[in-house]
Ligand binder design. Structure first.
Ligand code: AVJ
Length: 319
């Protein structure tokens, strides 16, 4: 048997149907919104990779520091034989964890992007030929069917991506992750932490404008996929700290009154001058909040690790 298997649990046209539904719903709603998952076409994924190298965008480096320093501890605490990574992307940071788990039997990367999955799997298999890699093309926010692999299982959700979910979506997501876990299994969760406002805002409004291009890229995705006529230059990038909800909000602000046509939805959308459309929330966390959200999903926090400057945290919780 080949150590690499790829299973598609997403119908090929599911993405298209989901994009239509999200755009129709979000652009006919007041205030207008678009979900952040549509940022990540090939150009958006490349722009995000560029963001992770910017001096202002600390989360990726902070999380990598924790994984580097704590991989052995995480491995020892879990003894995982199966590692399931939700939103695995390039699996770059996960390497530290995989390398620290000599008893690992199967790695299950889960992502909506087939190209990211096959690229990451090829790199991994070349350096660890005995490891089984069972990649899943799936939208993990819609529930998962996992391959039958040996326990203990470790589910990893890194990068702080849980912060893109609204509180109600977060609790539904954690409850669905909990159903994947048996006694002895664990969840490794990456969360960005509350800190000084200027540091947070700079991370989402960098001086070189890469985040602005990333934000506006969602308009190009809608133009290409739904035949819309958004002019990305007719919008400006906005990042604000919402201190009540403790999240960063990214928005696109219409520079003038304008009407955008979306033929695939048979829709014309009016924007007022200076109207703002929300494109992302990126929630920031505190230890007590993470502990209590996990507890609400019947998960017990057992470890809390941060980088040296306490900017980002990895938590381990058990079923
Ligand atoms: C990939 C969701 C973790 O919220 O920090 C980066 C995405 N948005 N800059 C984040 C993002 C703007 C990122 N996550």
């Amino acid at each position: 048997m080949s150590p690499f298997q790829l299973t598609r649990t997403l119908p090929v046209d599911a993405t298209d149907a989901a994009l239509r539904a999200d755009v129709l719903h979000g652009l006919t709603h007041t205030p207008k919104t678009l979900p952040p998952k549509w940022f990540y076409d090939a150009r958006g994924s490349a722009l995000f990779d560029e963001i992770t190298t910017l001096p202002e965008y600390y989360p990726t480096r902070a999380e990598r520091e924790i994984l580097q320093n704590r991989a052995t501890e995480i491995a020892g605490a879990t003894g995982a034989r199966t590692l399931i990574e939700l939103g695995s992307g390039s699996s770059e940071k996960t390497r530290h964890l995989i390398d620290a788990l000599p008893g690992l039997h199967t790695y299950v990367p889960v992502d909506v992007s087939e190209s990211a999955l096959t690229g990451a799997a090829n790199t991994l298999i070349a350096s660890r030929p005995s490891l089984n890699v069972h990649a899943l093309i799936a939208d993990f926010t819609r529930g998962l069917a996992l391959p039958g692999t040996p326990g203990p299982r470790l589910v990893a959700f890194l990068g702080g991506t849980i912060g893109n979910l609204l509180p109600a979506e977060r609790s539904a997501f954690l409850a669905s992750v909990r159903t994947l876990l048996s006694p002895g299994d664990a969840l490794l969760l990456g969360t960005d932490l509350v800190k000084e406002e200027s540091v947070l805002v700079s991370a989402y409004d960098d001086g070189s404008g890469v985040t602005a291009s990333f934000n506006k890229n969602v308009l190009s995705v809608i133009n290409r996929e739904l035949g819309a006529d958004f002019d990305p230059d007719a919008f400006s990038h906005v990042a604000v700290w919402d201190r009540e909800h403790e999240w960063i909000e990214m928005r696109l602000r219409s520079l003038a009154a304008q009407t955008v046509k979306i033929p695939a939805l048979d829709l014309a959308v009016d924007f007022d001058r200076h109207e703002e459309m929300r494109t992302e929330i990126s929630a920031k966390f505190r230890e007590e909040g993470v502990r209590s959200e996990l507890a609400s999903a019947d998960l017990k926090l057992t470890h809390w690790w941060t980088d040296e400057r306490a900017r980002f945290a990895l938590s381990l919780s058990v079923a």
